[in-house]
Design a protein around this ligand. Structure first.
Ligand SMILES: [Zn+2]
Ligand SMILES: [Zn+2]
Length: 211
């Protein structure tokens, strides 16, 4: 069994979007298609991937802006934690705030819930509810592969802002301490923006949340 993974920044805010797939079955997931539908779709066709689900770490526009177009093209189902539904409903307001055109909006098909998971080929991506940056923020962990997609909860040397709709510093601190810093230190973290890091590095030196 082998894994295909490609992470690349999309849109004006450089959200890290990831395509992850089982190279044998070609079953794939898309994490945070925030923008640049044409590029994401071209990669999917190039690799002949069969996208099973489009999943979101949270519903800020830079993570969900290309979802409606991608769902239409791939016929994949879309998933979001229900505590972020209110943000999905104000995409136009979010776009206005950062001076971007309002993206197409489409339905969300399913609810992400804590400790649930998505199978793709031989692999499984688990869901951890980690509120704080937004009420419905989640992280995704690739079971048995020491890989975690932390969204805007944890960054290399930083954490997500908590001054936007529904943000809460006490909650993000608790999420990071109890759900992320308790992981194996070798776990590679792929944040929603910027470079990768590892759990042991952040546990030791993150200036915003320490044990
Ligand atoms: Zn965000
Ligand atoms: Zn973001």
């Amino acid at each position: 069994m082998s894994l295909y993974r490609k992470t690349f920044p999309v849109g004006a805010l450089g959200c890290n979007c990831t395509l992850i797939a089982d190279t044998e079955s070609k079953e794939a997931l898309v994490v945070d298609p925030g923008d640049d539908f044409d590029y994401i779709w071209s990669l999917i066709r190039e690799e002949s991937l069969d996208v099973k689900a489009i999943v979101h770490t949270h519903a800020h526009i830079d993570h969900i802006g290309a979802t409606a177009e991608l769902a239409e093209a791939t016929k994949a189902k879309t998933y979001l934690h229900p505590d972020d539904t209110f943000l999905h409903q104000i995409l136009a307001e979010q776009a206005q705030m950062i001076g971007l055109p309002t993206p197409k909006s489409g339905p969300i098909d399913g609810a992400l819930s804590d400790d649930s998971s998505f199978k793709f080929g031989e692999y499984e991506l688990g869901v951890l509810h980690t509120p704080g940056h937004t009420p419905g923020s989640v992280c995704f962990c690739l079971e048995n592969h020491d890989l975690c997609f932390s969204g805007d909860t944890l960054f290399s040397g930083s954490i997500g802002r908590t001054d936007l709709w529904g943000g809460d510093f006490a909650l993000i601190e608790k999420s990071i301490k109890e759900r992320l810093y308790t992981m194996n230190g070798a776990v590679e973290v792929i944040p929603g923006h910027g470079p990768n890091t590892h759990i042991d590095v952040e546990r030791r030196s993150n200036p915003f949340v320490h044990l």
